[in-house]
Design a protein around this ligand. Structure first.
Ligand code: FES
Ligand code: FES
Length: 217
């Protein structure tokens, strides 16, 4: 029958053996380590060309730059807002190649050559886009921070419905989706408004869609 002494000796042996193994295993690795060579270039920037609001321009960017930061810091288009910077609020929504995206979730270098529309490109104070004018008419904002993203999203939402793109609440995905409060609520659900202007935002979208009779829930 084994004694507790025998167990102690055996355990020490195992531990000592493990340490010895680890030591022998690490020595050759350390011996083989070579000094790292210096990077070929200390400038990590890459040229990126975007067509923003109809105008092409090239800038040199760190490849880690998000599209949102590129638009705000390099193109100086600060209408696009940074809310969460994590894809959760929709404040940074812009339209790229006809589709709305969260510009904080994508890198600018991934859009080399793409056409980007921001809130500044939809309309100007003297020449508002119909969706911008409807937001004004229906009071679709309070503080206004989420508004550029809401408007870019709303413009793209109506295009999605018009082009027959289904959403998660479309009952028959084989049929063209129609305009309804459920469709608009689902499609706009990625655009958060802390001021809670949702009812007026819906009225503005319904107005532009020619569905003014559709009432808010
Ligand atoms: Fe992009 Fe919030 S800032 S989703
Ligand atoms: Fe203030 Fe939407 S208007 S967050």
């Amino acid at each position: 029958m084994p004694t507790s002494n025998a167990f102690d000796v055996s355990r020490r042996g195992v531990l000592a053996g493990g340490v010895a193994t680890a030591a022998t295993a690490t020595v050759p690795i350390a011996a083989e380590a070579k000094p790292q060579s210096a990077p070929a270039s200390s400038d990590p920037r890459l040229p990126v060309t975007l067509k923003v609001n109809g105008k092409s321009a090239q800038v040199s960017l760190d490849p880690r730059t998000t599209l949102l930061d590129a638009l705000r810091e390099h193109w100086k288009l600060t209408g696009t807002k940074k809310g969460c910077d994590h894809g959760q609020c929709g404040a940074c929504t812009v339209i790229v190649e006809g589709r709305r995206i969260n510009s904080c979730l994508t890198l600018a270098v991934m859009h080399d050559g793409d056409e980007v529309t921001t809130i500044e490109g939809l309309g100007s104070p003297g020449d508002l886009h119909p969706m911008q004018a409807a937001f004004v008419r229906h009071d679709g904002y309070q503080c206004g921070y989420c508004t550029p993203g809401q408007i870019c999203s709303a413009v793209a939402v109506l295009d999605e419905i018009k082009n027959g793109i289904p959403s998660h609440v479309t009952e028959d995905v084989a049929a063209a989706p129609g305009f309804s409060i459920e469709e608009v609520k689902e499609r706009m659900s990625g655009n958060i408004c802390r001021c809670g202007a949702y009812a007026n935002i819906f009225d503005a979208i319904a107005d532009v869609a020619g569905e003014a009779k559709e009432r808010r829930a």
